[in-house]
Design a protein around this ligand. Structure first.
Ligand code: BES
Ligand code: ZN
Length: 359
């Protein structure tokens, strides 16, 4: 009842479309547990999950690609044994990192308002994000970008720094989701998109030219069940595109005065998680812990389901995450841009270490 009221309010008072498309959707609630739901029921589910705090039930919309579960992991290297070796390149770049530009980015994204994936404003947000990336890449003819269309209004954004080495066909991926489901999503996931923009800026100002190809994704429709990333990862798997690793940033700035980076252990690659944990220790002062999402709680799960190693460094332990997400209270005043800083450093280190890894 409570939820129906919210849908009604969203639809008629706020003018937010309550559904992305007509017809039933096949929703995976847990491995092997699938149900057909109406679009309205899916919308309710996405709100419900975070009403009871600490429960990140999560779900994946598998309507388009029900078959891509369980593709064997195609790891190109053994991450567990890997050590950080690119200090000479990484250190000068991360000394340029500071909380102010990161915070500004998050505020700009918050200022875009509700970025619902089925809305025109959600589509406008994608264009804004692409444009911001493009401006920072002025004069770089090895940087290209694209809007990736889906069967809802909001496209995903892809920005590529072409690799120049012998493994340039291999991709090293960084991602975050650009959509929000209720309110401006300053943390969920403005924080992730702000991190991507800041990592990209630092790579551009330092003139970094990668050996492997770096790809930055702002995924559409994550809140609808990993819709954008689900299509993209499926397409990559079908075309057998070699992806070395996919890192996801989804919520990195809550709570205040925290120095913690938490790695989720489900729907992620254990070896890659160990390696990115080593990067956190080598390049930041943050304390490193592990936790569990409970299910496919963000876009890293799309890569993982399609057989690609994934990792997600997260803001807190699972029972301490930002209680304001999926409400209009997910705003910058609750956040700490200092807390977001180690994630930017980890992103830079991940990009440089893996793009330039000798093999
Ligand atoms: N940012 C959240 C994921 C999240 C929330 C992770 C809290 C850890 C703690 C994401 O945007 C989200 O809301 N995911 C949904 C699942 C999604 C497929 C609709 C979730 O976790 O319920
Ligand atoms: Zn969310």
């Amino acid at each position: 009842m409570k939820h129906s009221l919210i849908i009604l309010l969203a639809t008629f008072v706020l003018g937010i479309p309550s559904v992305a498309s007509e017809g039933l959707r096949l929703i995976e609630l847990a491995p092997g547990k699938r149900v057909w739901l109406t679009a309205e029921q899916v919308y309710k589910l996405s709100l419900q999950n975070h009403f009871s705090k600490g429960v990140c039930a999560g779900f994946i919309d598998v309507t388009k690609h029900p078959e891509n579960v369980g593709r064997p992991m195609q790891s190109l290297i053994d991450f567990g044994k890997l050590e950080p070796t690119k200090q000479a390149i990484v250190n000068p770049i991360i000394t340029l990192a500071s909380p102010q530009p990161l915070g500004l980015r998050d505020q700009q994204i918050e200022g875009l308002g509700l970025r619902y994936y089925g809305s025109e404003n959600g589509a406008k947000a994608a264009q804004w994000i692409q444009n911001e990336f493009t401006k920072m890449a002025a004069g770089r003819n090895d940087v290209t970008s694209a809007l990736i269309k889906h069967d809802f209004a909001q496209p995903s954004v892809m920005v590529r720094i072409q690799g120049h080495g012998s493994h340039a066909d291999q991709r090293v991926i960084l991602g975050a989701h650009e959509d929000s489901i209720v309110g401006p999503g300053a943390d969920d996931d403005g924080s992730g998109v702000a991190s991507l923009l800041e990592i990209f800026r630092l790579l551009m100002v330092s003139g970094f030219v990668p050996d492997r190809t770096l790809e930055f994704f702002a995924y559409a429709g994550e809140e609808g069940g990993l819709l954008g990333s689900g299509e993209i990862a499926h397409e990559y798997a079908q075309r057998k595109i070699p992806v070395l690793a996919a890192l996801q940033f989804d919520m990195t700035m809550y709570p205040k005065n925290s120095n913690l980076v938490v790695f989720m252990t489900d729907y992620t690659d254990a070896g890659l998680t160990v390696f990115v944990g080593k990067l956190a220790k080598a390049y930041t002062q943050a304390e490193v812990k592990v936790s569990r999402c409970g299910y496919g709680c963000s876009d890293h799960a799309s890569w993982y389901r399609n057989g690609y190693p994934s990792v997600i460094p997260f803001e807190s332990l699972m029972n301490e995450y930002n209680p304001n997400i999926h409400t209009t209270r997910d705003t910058g005043d609750k956040l700490d841009y200092n807390h977001g800083l180690p994630f930017v450093k980890i992103g830079v280190a991940y990009a440089v270490e893996l793009a330039n890894l000798e093999e």
